[in-house]
Design a protein around this ligand. Structure first.
Ligand code: CA
Length: 240
């Protein structure tokens, strides 16, 4: 089922034929090899035998729940999973992300946005396999040096509390991808705090005051309504 050789392989898990065709055509036009699965069962077989570089996963499948499938894949694979979800199903997205999906796009989505998300996932996967050195994140005038625990804006040192630093570091490590409220609470405060959503709101507001020029119109950290937050992808090869 693969097209011309060369690009990374994308496994498209989607039961609707028109959507599969659209994804295949767009991905192939951008040099990707495309595998298709109509069911969760077929997806598991394809993922375990064909070693795709990324999985596009529709949550509404005929045989299994997409969230359960995400959890199953995550049990034995670190392949990046990008969830395709119908509009208005915030909780589905959150559940999928908490189950181990890396990101999501909402249907109907713009193909350019989907392709950009795929590139982010592939880049992060490449970085992960390239070692554990912490890259320096740069986005406009914001520079975050995780190894030195140093944050500057327009060359001026930004003083963060330890909690704010942990929060920012988590978002920087996932730059370009969404991080759920629960992931933030578990990572920054610990598993016992996963329901204290207001912690995130309060500390995010403080963090934004320090790094954003206009905290009410954030440029670096965007709010993913009902889901979590997304740090802007870094600028250059040093920051991406
Ligand atoms: Ca479907």
């Amino acid at each position: 089922m693969t097209t011309e050789a060369g690009g990374p392989t994308v496994l498209v898990v989607e039961d609707e034929a028109p959507m599969r065709r659209l994804l295949r055509a767009s991905l192939a036009a951008h040099g990707y090899q495309v595998l298709e699965a109509e069911t969760g069962g077929a997806a598991v077989i394809a993922a375990s035998t064909q070693n795709p570089a990324v999985v596009l996963l529709d949550l509404g499948l005929p045989d299994v729940d997409g969230v359960d499938l995400t959890r199953e894949l995550r049990g034995w694979s670190r392949v990046p999973i990008l969830v395709l979800s119908a509009r208005g199903r915030e909780q589905d997205k959150v559940d999928a992300l908490d189950a181990g999906a890396d990101d999501y796009v909402t249907k109907p989505f713009g193909m350019n946005e989907l392709l950009a998300r795929v590139r982010v996932l592939l880049r992060h996967a490449a970085e992960r396999s390239g070692g554990d050195a912490e890259p320096i994140y740069r986005s406009g005038e914001l520079v975050v040096d995780l190894a030195r625990r140093e944050v500057t804006r327009a060359g001026v040192l930004v003083h963060l509390t330890p909690t704010e630093h942990r929060l920012l570091a988590l978002l920087v490590r996932h730059a370009g991808r969404v991080v759920t409220h629960r992931q933030i609470l578990e990572d920054v405060w610990g598993p016992a705090y996963r329901r204290r959503t207001h912690y995130v709101r309060v500390h995010m507001a403080e963090l934004r005051k320090k790094i954003e020029t206009e905290p009410a119109r954030p440029r670096f950290i965007s709010t993913e309504l009902g889901v979590g937050y997304r740090m802007r992808e870094g600028d250059g090869p040093d920051g991406a």
